[in-house]
Structures are given as C-alpha cells and as structure tokens.
Design a protein around this ligand. Structure first.
Ligand SMILES: [Zn+2]
Length: 268
C-alpha cells in the first residue's frame, strides 16, 4: 500500500475516479477513435526530423490535433524525439489528461499543447523546442525578424513570452508544468506562428505537422542568420511585410523538402 503522504493531488483524484467506477472514468476519457497510420507516421517522422536538424535534442516535443476529435491531441510519451516510434504516441484531452496512459510517462510540458489547441482552432500541430539559436532573441531587446525567404512567415512578428508574466507559483521553475502557464503562453502566441520563450526555447504551430516542422526548422535557421547579420553590423535589409504577405499567398514546393527530410529520418 502507498503511504498517504506520498499521494499527490492528481493521484488522489485518479484513485477517487477508480473508486467511483469505470463508467464515470470512461465517460470523461474516451478515445477520439483510430487515426490514419500515415498521419502517425508523419508525427513520428516530425520528431526524428527535428532531432536530425538540431531543433530538438533529448527534449522538446511535437503534437497533432486528433483528426476526428478536435478536443484531443496526440503526442509521444516522454522520450527523446530521435527514438520516438508509433507505439509511443499517446492521446490527450485538451486539459492534457492522458486518455489511456497505461504505464507510459507523459511529458511535463504537455500543457503547452492543450492550451494552444484550446485557443487556436486553426492549429493542427504544435512543436515545443529548445531551438538553441533563438534563445538570444528571447533575452535581449532585439526582435526576431525574417532575414531569409525561407523564414518569411516570421514577418508577422515573433512575440516573446516570459514565464514570470504568468505570475504563477510555478513560474520561476520556467517549465510549462500546468494549465495556467500553458494558457499564458498560448495567449502570448496569439494568432502568430511562432513565440519565443525567454531563456528556454520556442513554440511553433501550423495548420498541419509538415508546415509546423518547416517553420520550426527555418525559425532556427533564421535565428542563426540574423545573429550573423547583426555581427557583421550596419543596417539590416529585412524581408518586408509586402514580401512576407506575397510569399504567404504563393504556392510552395515544400513537398520535396518533406520527402527528403522524412527519407533521412525514417530511412524510407
Ligand atoms: Zn521546454
């Protein structure tokens, strides 16, 4: 028997739910149903691609909104992204409760995902990374702006979120370890594709997982290039709002990049 002092509030709640009977537990935590294996394969590929491209290391995570239950999302259990397989993928509700956890451990910062999906119906994929080159733009007064056409989507602006802005008891720990912190971050992201997290990393969203991956990779690339431009010195001729708007509306040839990245990451 577990000593009562070791029980967390969450554990007590789970024990309570179990004692109330399976009917109640199942009502609130029912799966959104089966998911196309091709979509799961893209999610697995996204984890590995982002690790291969230096955006994710042992940490960071990728999720997709459940295709037939918009109030659920899918994300790997707590595992280094380069090692993620289809069997690691878990389902969560938007309060970031796992639907069928079994003995799998959830990532601490999953609240980033649930709270963004709540506020952004247009978002179908969320990436949280410790993308190293973006860190300086979260701790200085220099805003991140697009310097290369591949990152032109940044023309709308890149907000910076500081965990201390949430005024949460857990703020000083810097990790998004509860819904209040996740909601604060989601609010700071607003309608943008990328938000920086001061001294921590960033969050990148997209209308599908492939576009979110592209944005995460080129946000990291842009951060390196902008830092180089600043080091060279003098005025910087950034990508303009007019150019960013035009590129947002233009057809892209992104399929060939995804094919390459996926082949490298999955070996097929
Ligand atoms: Zn993190």
């Amino acid at each position: 028997m577990i000593h009562p002092a070791r029980l967390t509030i969450a554990t007590v709640a789970l024990v309570f739910a179990a004692e109330l009977g399976p009917a109640i537990a199942q009502t609130s935590l029912t799966s959104g149903g089966p998911v196309d294996p091709a979509l799961i394969e893209d999610l697995v590929a996204a984890n590995r691609i982002l690790a291969e491209e230096g955006v994710l290391d042992a940490y960071g995570h990728v999720s997709i909104r459940h295709p037939s239950e918009p109030n659920h999302y899918l994300m790997s259990r707590s595992r280094a992204p380069i090692l993620v397989t289809a069997s690691d993928v878990m389902e969560y509700d938007l309060d970031s409760n796992p639907i069928d956890p079994q003995d799998r451990r959830s990532v601490i910062e999953r609240f980033i995902h649930g709270e963004i999906y709540k506020l952004r119906p247009d978002v179908k994929a969320v990436i949280h990374s410790h993308s190293p080159a973006v860190i300086p733009f979260g701790i200085t007064q220099v805003p991140m702006r697009p310097v290369a056409h591949v990152a032109s989507f940044l023309w709308v602006g890149v907000p910076v979120w500081d965990s201390r802005d949430a005024h949460d008891p857990a703020s000083a720990g810097m990790l998004v370890r509860n819904a209040a912190l996740g909601k604060s971050l989601a609010s700071r992201l607003g309608d943008k594709p990328v938000a920086l997290m001061r001294g921590h990393g960033n969050v990148v969203v997209g209308p599908d997982v492939q576009i979110a991956v592209r944005r995460a990779i080129y946000t990291e690339v842009n951060a390196r290039l902008q830092t180089t431009a600043i080091a060279i010195g003098g005025p910087i001729n950034y990508i303009s709002a007019e150019e960013g708007t035009a590129r947002d509306a233009a057809a892209t040839d992104f399929a060939r990049a995804w094919e390459l990245w996926k082949k490298k990451a999955l070996g097929k």
